[in-house]
Ligand binder design. Structure first.
Ligand SMILES: Nc1ncnc2c1ncn2[C@@H]1O[C@H](COP(=O)(O)OP(=O)(O)OP(=O)(O)O)[C@@H](O)[C@H]1O
Ligand SMILES: [Mg+2]
Length: 243
């Protein structure tokens, strides 16, 4: 069964036509990445999957159920964890209190288990959200989504604005999620790192899917990576340790 299957999505903000027939599949147990430049429509695609900006045309299927017109809370209840752009944590609550907020779904993830995965959060459990660094806030957002014991996790640019060393940590954790059997849809601008951990990749441009294929295949296509990521790819290339 596929975790997420979207077909021919057309999504609008008012009169602006943003997605022009987007189709993609997230296979169960796999890490699928959706890449593309600023404004390509990546977040809009996630919002359409989550029912936050429902598509006007096309269908969304999650674990075999057609959810196109479902409200977000019903979609979440199917076991879809969503970590939106920009880390929505509670700044005035402690780390521990932030972790107690999500409604729990039964499963293997509990607060002690997320502390095992993120020792940094355990060390800082009495600190308030606003006292955390960007990387710690991202970890807290991911930890909260894990406590829902999702069957599929949707992450919107988890590496945004983080220092390179922390970025590596975040990508390692995302890969670990997949190794735990969670299906993942990862939206990223960090093309190289995403392709390193993903099984399958899609490229979105101007609201249309312009490439779909195994991540390893795209990772070898230097020219396409350059055109996709531009300066970002260059930057990562230079930081790669010499082999
Ligand atoms: N609430 C909104 N109202 C109107 N237009 C919007 C709205 N949100 C996004 N857009 C437009 O929709 C297009 C796609 O935006 P979207 O946020 O999906 O892109 P993205 O690929 O996630 O970009 P980024 O990498 O910058 O996050 C952009 O042209 C954007 O300006
Ligand atoms: Mg976005």
């Amino acid at each position: 069964m596929n975790a997420i299957e979207i077909e021919g999505l057309h999504t609008y903000y008012g009169k602006s036509h943003i997605l022009h027939g987007v189709s993609l599949t997230v296979e169960e147990g796999r890490l699928t990445t959706l890449l593309g430049r600023n404004g390509a429509g990546k977040t809009t695609t996630m919002r359409s999957v989550m029912g936050l900006t429902p598509a006007r045309e096309g269908t969304v299927r999650i674990f075999g159920r057609e959810t196109t017109r479902w409200p977000s809370f019903r979609i979440a209840a199917l076991g879809v964890g969503y970590v939106p752009e920009g880390r929505r944590i509670f700044p005035n609550l402690s780390v521990e209190e932030n972790l107690k907020v999500p409604l729990e779904r039964p499963g293997p993830w509990s607060i002690p288990r997320v502390y095992e995965l993120f020792p940094r959060l355990q060390e800082r459990k009495l600190n308030r959200g606003r006292q955390l660094s960007g990387g710690e806030q991202e970890m807290l957002s991911i930890a909260r989504a894990l406590l829902l014991n999702p069957r599929v996790l949707i992450l919107d640019e988890p590496s945004q604005g983080l220092a390179p060393l922390i970025v590596r940590d975040v990508f390692r954790i995302v890969a670990e999620m997949r190794n735990e059997g969670i299906s993942v849809l990862l939206v990223e601008q960090n093309v190289r790192m995403s392709l390193e951990i993903a099984d399958y990749a899609y490229v979105l441009d101007d609201g249309m899917i312009v490439h779909a294929g195994p991540a390893a295949e795209l990772a070898r296509d230097e020219e396409r990576i350059q055109s996709l990521a531009g300066a970002t790819a260059e930057e990562w290339h230079e930081k790669e340790p010499a082999a």
